[in-house]
Design a protein around this ligand. Structure first.
Ligand code: DX5
Ligand code: ZN
Length: 233
């Protein structure tokens, strides 16, 4: 099981990296303190954009020891899950809308020894995961419509994140609550306050000049020690 951390996991999304230098971009965020590397897989059918497939995941795998967090925005997903597992993805997350049998898909991912994830689009209700919590390692809330990086955060999803936090806690299952889309130092605090334990950030990390500073800026501020005046303390 994935353990719930006492500080949020940060998963930079390679979608916002320089695609001519994917290995270097993966290495750079690993050195900068990333926890996972998020890989957006798009087919131009389930979402209106195309990215990359298992061959590229396999190539990246050789250059980083970060857990590879594959977000499949493809339909159907089932025929490609084994290929992503063999390519070295550690987590494989699917949208319930991408196939008729979510339970079977999650079973398949688990049977390949990988962490299973369910991704909820902005219009998708939490009901979609209620009956599969026992075979789910990650629940990902989309705070943009999937397909592109750099979109504006959809604040209406905060109540969904909070509802999922309660659902997970009440279930007793150890499930990571991930949020994807429009995550910045401005939006991250509300997302963490609502109960997320993993933040995915594309533009906010890869669009920044200093990846380490950008990752740190997404983590909660530690309480500052009180200031003492001259002679005080
Ligand atoms: C969108 C992807 C996201 C995307 C986030 O379909 O699932 O992972 O990379 O990009 P930002 O952080 O720029 O919103
Ligand atoms: Zn994603």
């Amino acid at each position: 099981m994935l353990t719930t951390p006492n500080r949020p996991l940060i998963a930079p999304s390679l979608l916002a990296a320089d695609f001519a230098h994917l290995a270097q971009e993966a290495i750079a965020v690993e050195r900068a303190g990333a926890d996972w590397l998020h890989l957006d897989i798009m087919d131009g059918h389930f979402v209106p954009n195309i990215t990359f497939g298992p061959l590229v995941v396999k190539a990246i795998r050789k250059h980083t020891s970060l857990p590879l967090d594959a977000h499949l925005m493809i339909a159907p997903a089932d025929p490609y899950i084994a290929a992503f597992a063999e390519a070295g993805a550690d987590h494989i997350s699917v949208h319930p809308e991408s196939g008729p049998h979510l339970h079977r898909t999650l079973q398949l991912i688990r049977s390949l020894g990988k962490k299973s994830g369910v991704v909820l689009n902005p219009a998708t209700s939490i009901e979609a995961v209620v009956n599969v919590l026992d075979i789910t390692d990650i629940i990902m809330v989309m705070t943009v419509n999937p397909g592109f990086g750099g979109q504006a955060f959809i604040a209406s999803q905060l109540s969904k994140i909070a509802a999922l936090r309660r659902l997970i806690d009440d279930s007793g299952h150890n499930i990571i609550l991930q949020v994807d889309g429009g995550i910045t130092p401005k939006t991250a605090p509300a997302v963490l306050e609502a109960g997320a334990t993993c933040l995915i950030a594309g533009t906010a990390v890869y669009g920044a000049p200093d990846y380490a500073a950008a990752i740190e800026a997404l983590r909660p501020r530690l309480p500052q020690p009180p200031e003492f005046g001259p002679g005080g303390g």
